[in-house]
Design a protein around this ligand. Structure first.
Ligand code: PGA
Length: 257
């Protein structure tokens, strides 16, 4: 049974002081063992987040990592540095990094591999742009990203990967995918993972939706059998995030009854 997860991607927002106060608020308002909750602050606040959340169940993820263990890579952060402060997960392949920092699928593949070697969960983002959606090539685009980004990954570790379907046209635009668009693509991603790595692995991998995710879509998206959670940008900085966690928790409780 896959555990639902709500992940906040804070992007390049919040100073360390602001991080501190948002986390104190989240800690007071979120208490659940039914769903996983994760926040991904900037590098500079990862340690602050770990310290504040020390005795809490909220997980902490990074937004990026470099693929070499160490060395002369000015400005980069290594997986050892994340591991040393017990970071749980790391976003890779976000469309903003693909676009503004020219990250390729090969880079993303190396980052995914090194994270798994160090037992840090990669949150692998894939998704098509608006042109691909309009000209109906979106499925092959996403399939190609998954095949390249997960190429040669140790099959025993693959079940730990979280895949985030984030259509680029939905990110930061306030225009979410419809439930059918999100559900169809998340099911397709699971099918692709099953084709490459087998059904058993595909049943363990968590697949989440991201792209203007908000409180009002949480209810119906979290009902979909192949959507295991949400990757939340803008709304993760608002009180709405807590409500999204509560909705996820309610869904889990409903299923148990
Ligand atoms: P958004 O960002 O919710 O603001 O669209 C999501 C993301 O980029 O992960």
């Amino acid at each position: 049974m896959r555990k639902k997860i709500i992940i906040g991607n804070w992007k390049m927002n919040l100073t360390d002081t602001e991080t501190r106060s948002l986390l104190i608020g989240l800690k007071e308002n979120i208490e659940t063992d039914k769903v996983d909750v994760m926040v991904c602050p900037s590098f500079i606040s990862l340690l602050t987040a770990k310290n504040i959340l020390e005795d809490d169940d909220i997980l902490v993820g990074a937004q990026n990592v470099f693929y070499a263990e160490a060395g002369a890579y000015t400005g980069e952060v290594s997986v050892n540095m994340l591991e040393n402060i017990s970071i749980n997960a790391c976003i890779v392949g976000h469309s903003e990094r693909r676009k503004y920092f020219s990250e390729t699928d090969q880079d993303i593949n190396k980052k995914t591999a090194i994270l798994l070697e160090h037992n840090i969960v990669p949150i692998l983002c894939v998704g098509e742009n608006i042109e691909a959606r309009d000209n109906n090539t979106y499925m092959e685009i996403v399939e190609s990203q998954i095949r390249k980004d997960l190429d040669n990954i140790d099959i025993r570790k693959l079940k730990d990967v979280i895949i985030a379907y984030e259509p680029i046209w939905a990110i930061g635009t306030g225009k979410t995918a419809t439930k059918t668009e999100a559900e169809d693509m998340c099911s397709f991603i699971r099918y692709i993972v099953a084709t490459i790595y087998g059904k058993e692995v595909s049943e363990d991998v968590r697949i989440v939706y991201g792209g203007s995710a908000n409180e009002s879509i949480a209810e119906e998206f979290l009902d979909c059998k192949d959507i295991d959670g949400l990757l939340v940008g803008t709304a993760s900085l608002k009180p709405e995030f807590v409500n999204m966690v509560k909705i996820a928790e309610k869904k889990v409780k409903e299923k148990v009854l």
